[in-house]
Design a protein around this ligand. Structure first.
Ligand SMILES: C[S@@+](CC[C@H](N)C(=O)[O-])C[C@H]1O[C@@H](n2cnc3c(N)ncnc32)[C@H](O)[C@@H]1O
Length: 212
C-alpha cells in the first residue's frame, strides 16, 4: 500500500505552479528530445502522449515539429499547468495538440487510450511520483503504447535515499523496471541538461520499445 505522499495530490503540484516554484522547468524543450527526433526521421503521422506535461515545452515542440505530423496529448493533474498550456494552444491556434487535466494513472480506466500512442514522452515525471507507484507507472506506459511504440525518456538518476521530490533512482533500476515488457533500443546514457543545481549531471536519456 502506497504512503500518502504529498506528491500524489494535485494540490501540491498546483501550488508549485501558482507560486512559480518549479526548479524542474527549463523554460524550453529539453535538447535531448530535439536531438532524438532530428536523428530519427519520421514520415507518417504519429500520436504522442506527454505524461506530466507541466507547462508543455516538450509537447509544443512536438506539435510544431517539421511537417506537424504529430498529434500530441499532454496529461497533467495540476490545474494551473493545464490552464497555461490551453492558453498557449489557443494563442498559437494549434489543432494537433490537446491537454487533459487528469491523474495519469486514471487513463488505464478508459479503453480509448489503450494501445493508442506511437510515443510516450517521460521527462522527470517518474521521479515526481510516489516511488511505490513506479511499477504502476510502467504498466501505464505499456497500456498507452501501441505494440512497438516507444517510450522516449529523460530520467532523473540519483540515490533515492536522498528523498524527494525529485525521487532519484539508478540506471539499473530503470532497466529493471522496463526489462519484462520493453526492449532498450537506445541505451540509457547521461545527458547534458539545462537544469541548474538541482538536476545537472543527473539526467539520463533512453528509449524503450514496447514488445509485441
Ligand atoms: C517534475 S514536474 C515535470 C514537468 C515537465 N515534464 C517538465 O519537465 O517540465 C512533474 C509533473 O508531473 C505532474 N504529475 C505528477 N504526478 C502526476 C499524476 N499522478 N498525474 C498527472 N500528473 C502528475 C505534476 O503536476 C508536474 O507537472
Amino acid at each position: 500500500m502506497a504512503k500518502d505522499l504529498k506528491v500524489s495530490r494535485k494540490e501540491f503540484w498546483d501550488e508549485r505552479y501558482i507560486q512559480g516554484s518549479m526548479p524542474w522547468d527549463i523554460g524550453q524543450v529539453a535538447p535531448a528530445f530535439i536531438k532524438y527526433f532530428n536523428e530519427n526521421l519520421l514520415l507518417n503521422a504519429k500520436k504522442v502522449a506527454v505524461l506530466g506535461c507541466g507547462l508543455g515545452h516538450d509537447a509544443f515542440f512536438l506539435a510544431t515539429y517539421k511537417e506537424r505530423n504529430f498529434e500530441v496529448f499532454g496529461f497533467d493533474f495540476a490545474d494551473s499547468a493545464i490552464k497555461f498550456c490551453n492558453g498557449l494552444k489557443e494563442k498559437n491556434n494549434l489543432s494537433n495538440i490537446s491537454f487533459y487535466q487528469t491523474n495519469f494513472f486514471e487513463l488505464t480506466k478508459d479503453a480509448k487510450w489503450k494501445n493508442n500512442f506511437d510515443y510516450v514522452i517521460e521527462h522527470t515525471s517518474l521521479c515526481a511520483i510516489d516511488p511505490e507507484f513506479r511499477k504502476e507507472y510502467v504498466s501505464l506506459i505499456k497500456y498507452l503504447l501501441k505494440p512497438n511504440g516507444k517510450l522516449i525518456g529523460l530520467f532523473f538518476i540519483k540515490p533515492i535515499e536522498l528523498g524527494g521530490p525529485p525521487f532519484g533512482s539508478t540506471s539499473e533500476e530503470i532497466r529493471e523496471l522496463f526489462t519484462k515488457d520493453f526492449t532498450e533500443v537506445e541505451k540509457l546514457h547521461p545527458e547534458e541538461c539545462l537544469h541548474k543545481e538541482k538536476l545537472q549531471g543527473n539526467e539520463y536519456f533512453g528509449v524503450f520499445r514496447k514488445k509485441e
